[in-house]
Design a protein around this ligand. Structure first.
Ligand SMILES: *Cc1c(COP(=O)(O)O)cnc(C)c1O
Length: 404
């Protein structure tokens, strides 16, 4: 069986984790702090805090920003459930919008139409690793008419004076937009280091802050570090200093810090990330080469004049296929021992969001992109031979279902 997205765990990773285990310090400590610094350096943003997941990080950021009941946050209907759930947890309303026909990302026109005086943030999602149109989003939130609508209800919101752009960068670690890397493209961005993502720490995530210079990013770093540890004024490592036992709790905080065991995996992943990206790019190239010549296949855009993907997900579409034919084709592929997936089931077809009143027919492009989409395996250890096997199996499955 060719798996879909196994993690790259080898002696180097095991060595670094063993080092953490043997050091006597296994929770947040020196490795996490080093990982955070290296993440900022790699992405080019102002400050970074490592956390236990994307979900924990994004919810914390929204709450820190003062988002809650009565507020609206705009997101695409084509994403993973986490993007909507974090908004719901704060008490705000997720306002789902349609996506672009040419890629899988949030539509600017749809965003513009959805903005109201309650809109406090936009969560663009870099689907598959291909960055959204950030300049377009900033032009929108900075436009006089939209700024005029904006009603701040926290000091930070007042200071920014416009809608916050909070990137769901779960897929786009290493992706570029106009020469800048993901993590530095939005006011705040969150990565996921879940086991299936491009860069993993088993579970984990990071909050990347890149607000205008008028914000004190050192202060923000300190504040977020307190928030991720119950509002404790000192972390566990600081408390081990001789006699340094007393601490205060300055607010009822969260508990979502990253451990040094996780950071150990992340440090090795980051150190050799370029070779991971290079391999993924080559796999994309081989898929493109094989499928671009097929009239029935629609290949995902991964590179353009101003953007380059992180090559996270290869979202192949089968022209003119219905949802049912797509599902049959996936079954054929699985029967030949190749793992494939669908990214994503649109949120409005899932029970939780249906129950909240979201309707699939309100997002026609999302539906058309979803119904004939199949995601192919992409990961560092996928060999050229495996790639050719996947290609052959996919082509055969198409012929079988299409009856050609
Ligand atoms: C994986 C993923 C998340 C959630 O990441 P976790 O680290 O599991 O919380 C959020 N958004 C998207 C688009 C994802 O694919």
């Amino acid at each position: 069986m060719i798996p879909f997205s196994p993690p790259r765990i080898d002696d180097k990773v095991i060595q670094e984790v063993t080092d953490a285990l043997k050091s006597g310090w296994i929770t947040t400590g020196p490795k996490t702090k080093r990982f955070e610094k290296e993440l900022s350096a790699y992405c080019g943003n102002k400050t970074t805090v490592a956390v236990s997941s994307w979900t924990a990080g994004m919810e914390l950021l929204l709450r820190w920003w003062g988002i809650g009941e009565g507020d609206e946050v705009i997101l695409p209907a084509y994403t993973y459930c986490a993007s909507a759930n974090v908004i719901i947890h704060t008490g705000a309303k997720p306002v789902m919008v349609d996506i672009n026909p040419e890629d899988f990302n949030i539509s600017l026109k749809a965003v513009q139409a959805a903005i109201t005086e309650r809109t406090k943030a936009i969560i663009p999602v870099d689907i598959g690793g291909y960055p959204c149109d950030y300049d377009g989003l900033y032009a929108l939130v900075n436009s006089p008419e939209i700024k005029q609508l904006f009603k701040p209800n926290s000091d930070f919101q007042q200071k920014l004076g416009r809608i916050l752009i909070a990137s769901d960068a779960a897929h786009s670690f290493g992706a570029k937009y106009k020469g800048k890397r993901s993590g530095a493209l939005a006011d705040v961005s969150c990565f996921s280091f879940h086991a299936v993502k491009n860069l993993t720490t088993a579970e984990g995530g990071s909050m990347h802050i890149n607000l205008p210079d008028s914000f004190d990013h050192d202060e923000i770093y300190r504040e977020l570090c307190v928030k991720i540890l119950h509002g404790q004024s000192k972390d566990a490592l600081a408390k081990t200093q001789k006699g340094n036992w007393r601490y205060d709790v300055t607010e009822p905080g969260f508990k979502c810090n990253m451990t040094d065991l996780q950071a150990a995996i992340g440090l090795i992943e980051l150190e050799r990330y370029q070779e991971n990206l290079d391999r993924r790019k080559e796999i994309f190239r081989q898929y493109d080469e094989a499928f671009q010549q097929e009239t029935w296949a629609d290949c995902p855009v991964s590179i353009s004049a101003d953007r380059e993907s992180s090559y996270h997900l290869y979202l192949l579409r089968i022209n003119d296929f219905t949802e049912d034919q797509r599902d049959q084709m996936m079954q054929e592929i699985f029967d030949q021992d190749v793992s494939v997936n669908v990214h994503f089931q649109p949120l409005p077809i899932l029970t939780a969001y249906k129950n909240l009143g979201y309707k699939m027919e309100d997002y026609p492009t999302v539906w058309s992109k979803y119904q004939n989409e199949i995601t192919l395996p992409v990961y560092f250890n996928l060999s050229d031979e495996d790639v050719q096997t996947v290609i052959a199996v996919v082509k055969k499955a198409y012929q079988k279902v299409a009856g050609r």
